[in-house]
Design a binder for this molecule. Structure first.
Ligand code: WT7
Length: 673
């Protein structure tokens, strides 16, 4: 996000990732409880036995093709289900389809016309329901607005909005005309937004005046203005009115237009364009092991069947369900399981605008009660916060409508799993712990709630048709209960196709380390039943509260500060957020460590990247531990930050440095944090 990577420390993929040690692995190793599906649940679920697993094992491409044909509406049948020239995949080659048509039109033309497609709750307590017919009308109108603004098939549109229904409408409108969208999380700074717009050369940006967050308005349009000024590709900016009179909003004549003005003039008829199955659907940026975010590219037909079938089977989605995925649409979870998966199935998707503790710590459970949510999908971090807040909050709401619970984003510790099971599910609801990534597009390792016996803390088994394995440094499968690297052994339809504008980096990042297999960047072990226990990232990626950041991204932001000479950022274990960020900073001559500077640096990073990236602690140091090839030894810093005995320091240029850092660290009273 900060423009240049300042040091030559990174050679992505080259440094051997290290397997994480520590508390999580220990607690996962001890877990022995099992929860078989209840027969009442099994009998009514889409998948109640092993048939789809066996089916898919016979021929995975044929398995996906069979479901793609049965579940989706195609304009033209494909000639070939899969073309796989490792690592380049094409699914449903020659087929034509439109995602917007599948998510909207076909339901608007059925009995579901009057069914709620999106149920939205604003943070201040206002709410809206859009039926499939409403959605059909709004999506067509916005598609016409985009065309009116000069957007053509293939042009990129950046969506920088909060959690409002218009974000889903805009995504579906883009999909309708074949203009790949790129949603940028509303919590990202203007610098981060600028870098993404520049990378994709977007023609139009859609934003809003202000977004509600904990009772205050985040001025998205103001941030967008700062970004767009530096982005010559942007011709038009569409501004949704959400804050209204509460926030003044400057409009640039000729460039900026109000959403409602444009929509008022737009026709509500815009047929969905038949698109090639491999036509780009969206770009979503995610952090890798370098300072520059990667534009993960997802395409049309394969992505849609992946998210469609996983929504249907993992969440056992039925027409009567109120399905609520609590993620922000700015992350892949929201793309796949708020918008595309649920709507493709004709489901009712619940969307909430604000914070979980606003106005009080029972807000999520109040929403469950208000709508009678039946399936909820949330993160371990949220659950651990709820554990800390206390059971009185869920206890004061009626949660009897819930029938299935899901989690995603980071490993869930068995304690949080059991808390979810008892205090939210009241012992009645299966839990699906779903492992996947921005890159995978869809859930890949997960229970199917009617068919899989669950174990607290395990994501269990690969989805039908998916191949996963745990291997050692040399790529050899490891024996049961041995830690290793999680790899995927077959292509799957929702897989990323490449990085936008950087195919070499795609090959290098995923397909080089273990030839023939996709490297996930995660560590895992398989137990004697073949269950997967994911232990977390093994590369230079930090996962804070389920949000992904790269160490180098944070370091780049730090060294862009005038007082900083060098910096190292690491993720250390944190009981609440999974990981917290510790930054080690070497100051330029003439700068002195101070409490003020420490705070300035934390704010600086929050401002450069996002509040999510704000370091939890900053330590000043005279030097950083490096290998002879000048690579920062983050593993060592992690050991220091987590108070472990120092590991092997023989490759250090100056081993004394670490000792010095460690002493400082302890002296500065980290333990009390
Ligand atoms: C990374 C992907 C895909 C949804 C949100 C995150 C971690 C994700 C689990 C899980 C253990 C998990 C992994 C993965 N992760 N789900 N159920 N158990 N770890 O998407 O930002 O692309 O991050 O999140 O480390 O690689 P993302």
């Amino acid at each position: 996000m900060t423009p240049e990577q300042p040091r030559a420390t990174s050679n992505p993929g080259a440094g051997a990732p290290t397997l994480p040690e520590g508390a999580l692995v220990q607690s996962l190793l001890k877990e022995g409880r099992t929860f078989p599906p209840a027969s009442a649940f099994r009998e009514r679920s889409w998948v109640g036995d092993r048939t789809p697993y066996e089916d898919a094992e016979r021929d995975y491409a044929a398995f996906w093709a069979r479901h793609a044909e049965a579940e989706l509406s195609w304009f033209r049948a494909w000639d070939k289900a899969l073309e796989w020239h490792l690592p380049w995949a094409k699914w449903f080659v020659g087929g034509q389809i439109n995602v917007s048509y599948n998510c909207v039109d076909r339901h608007a033309a059925s009995w579901r016309r009057t069914k709620a497609a999106i149920v939205w709750e604003g943070e201040p307590g206002d709410d809206r329901v859009l039926t499939y017919q409403d959605l059909h009308r709004e999506v067509q109108r916005f598609a016409n607005v985009l065309k009116e603004l000069g957007v053509q098939k293939g042009d990129r549109v950046t969506l920088y909005l909060g959690m409002v229904p218009e974000l889903a409408i805009a995504m579906l409108a883009c999909a309708r005309i074949g203009a790949p969208h790129s949603v940028v999380f509303g919590g990202f700074s203007s610098d981060a937004l600028r870098d993404r717009i520049l990378d994709q050369e977007a023609k139009v940006v859609v934003t809003q005046d202000g977004a509600w967050r904990r009772g205050t308005l985040v001025p998205l349009k103001r941030f967008a203005d700062q970004a767009v000024e530096q982005c010559p590709s942007v011709e038009k900016v569409v501004v949704l009115r959400r804050a209204g009179d509460a926030l003044h909003c400057e409009m640039a004549p000729g460039r900026d237009h109000w959403w409602h003005d444009l929509m008022e003039r737009a026709s509500a008829v815009c047929p969905a364009e038949p698109l090639d199955s491999e036509h780009p659907l969206y770009i979503l940026y995610t952090s890798g092991t370098t300072g520059k975010p990667k534009g993960v590219l997802h395409t049309t037909g394969g992505y849609l069947i992946g998210v469609h079938l996983s929504t249907k089977w993992v969440f056992d989605l039925k027409d009567e369900d109120y399905f609520w995925c609590t993620a922000d649409i700015g992350w892949v979870t929201g793309h796949s399981y708020i918008v595309y998966g649920p709507l493709s199935n004709g489901g009712t998707s619940v969307m909430y605008e604000g914070a979980p503790d606003w106005p009080d710590k029972d807000r999520f459970w109040a929403i469950v009660e208000k709508y009678g949510i039946s399936v909820i999908y949330t993160s371990p971090t949220l659950l651990r916060s709820c554990m800390k807040w206390g059971t009185q909050y869920p206890a004061r709401r009626d949660l009897s409508s819930l029938r299935l619970l899901g989690t995603v984003g980071e490993p869930i510790n068995p304690e949080a799993w059991m808390w979810y099971h008892e205090n939210i599910g009241h012992g009645r609801c299966p839990i699906v712990d779903t492992w996947w990534q921005t890159e995978t597009g869809m859930i890949l390792i997960t229970p199917l709630p009617g068919a899989t016996t669950t174990k607290p803390g395990s994501a269990t088994e690969p989805f039908p048709g998916v191949g996963a394995e745990v291997v050692d440094e040399q790529g050899r499968p490891v024996p049961a209960n041995t830690g290793g690297y999680l790899v995927l052994t077959r292509p799957w339809p929702a897989m990323l196709r490449t990085f936008w504008g950087d195919p070499e980096r795609y090959v290098e990042t995923y397909w080089t380390r273990f030839p023939g297999r996709y490297f996930t960047g995660d560590g895992a072990r398989c137990d004697e039943d073949g269950y997967f226990w994911i232990t977390g990232r093994v590369d230079d990626v930090v996962n804070v509260a389920g949000h992904r950041l790269s160490n180098i991204e944070i370091e780049s932001a730090l060294v862009a500060h005038p007082a900083v000479a060098e910096a190292a950022a690491i993720g250390r274990s944190d009981a609440m957020k999974g990981q917290a960020i510790s930054a080690f900073v070497v100051l330029k001559i003439g700068n002195e460590p101070s409490e003020q500077l420490r705070e300035d640096l934390r704010d600086w990073v929050a401002d450069k990247i996002s509040p999510i990236a704000r370091p939890d602690d900053v330590f000043f140091s005279a030097d950083l531990p490096k290998t002879r090839s000048a690579k920062i030894m983050r593993r060592l810093l992690r050991d220091v930050a987590e108070g472990r005995v120092l590991g092997d320091t023989t490759t250090l240029t100056d081993p004394a440095v670490v000792e010095e850092i460690k002493q400082r660290y302890v002296a500065e009273g980290k333990e009390e944090d």
